[in-house]
Design a protein around this ligand. Structure first.
Ligand code: ADP
Ligand code: 5GP
Length: 197
């Protein structure tokens, strides 16, 4: 029997290590895929169109919103971000686990449309460590880092919206926790009723 695909919504401050943890947890797995977002943000050094994001201009972004091509969309630190709907629907229909890495406003929109989505908040061990990681990543200007730290504190106030919180102290352990959550979510009684017929 093909298990239903599940949607995992991951949020957390920029620099918390979400991409690092998600890609570690996905290593060697064929049942999990990552939804690449569209953004109007400029690519950082080393980022590739179609890999980290689909980089688009504001006109194209607005067109996607008007055509209802996005499952959710939001503004974050003066840029727009959104989740292409078609990819997510297609992969869920194939029975895949789909991971979204999106901020809180987007997570709330997804929750409205897909109340079964599992919501996970990934945070660093402290705000000081977050600042170190953002500086260490070396991809954001001091101003962008400052804006991300302010936004992080705002997002922390919404942490109780999430089903799980992962503290990304050690990335290996955090990835194991994410994999464990995914495994446990597939053991939910409500999803196993067909086996009881
Ligand atoms: P996000 O996707 O949340 O913006 P990244 O995955 O880009 O964050 O990680 C931000 C920076 O922190 C990167 O330089 C990454 O290598 C580093 N990092 C990620 N996880 C850890 C960790 N557990 N310990 C130390 N550094 C980490
Ligand atoms: P960054 O610019 O650091 O890559 O991402 C900034 C923030 O945008 C992160 O919190 C990330 O989770 C969020 N983000 C990335 N893609 C999307 C998306 O498609 N929709 C929403 N709502 N947020 C996104």
């Amino acid at each position: 029997m093909i298990e239903k695909g599940k949607l995992f919504v991951i949020s957390g401050p920029s620099g918390a290590g979400k991409s690092t943890v998600v890609f570690k947890a996905m290593e060697g797995r064929k049942d999990v895929c990552f939804s690449t977002s569209v953004t109007t943000r400029k690519p950082r050094p080393g980022e590739m169109d179609g890999r980290e994001y689909f980089f688009v201009d504001l006109d194209r972004f607005k067109e996607m919103v008007e055509n209802d091509e996005l499952l959710e969309h939001a503004e974050y630190v003066a840029n727009s971000y959104g989740t292409p709907r078609a990819y997510v629907e297609e992969k869920l229909a194939e029975g895949m686990n789909v991971i979204l890495d999106i901020e809180v406003q987007g997570a709330r929109q997804v929750n409205e449309k897909k109340p079964d989505a599992v919501k996970i908040f990934i945070i660093p061990p402290s705000i000081e460590e977050l600042e170190r990681r953002l500086k260490g990543r070396g991809t954001d200007t001091p101003r962008a880092i400052e804006a991300r730290l302010i936004r992080a504190r705002q997002e922390y106030r919404e942490a109780n919206f999430y089903d799980y919180i992962i503290i990304n102290d050690d990335a290996e352990r955090a990835a194991k926790e994410l994999a464990a959550i995914m495994l446990a979510e597939h053991c939910r009684a409500a999803d196993k009723m067909d086996y009881l017929k």
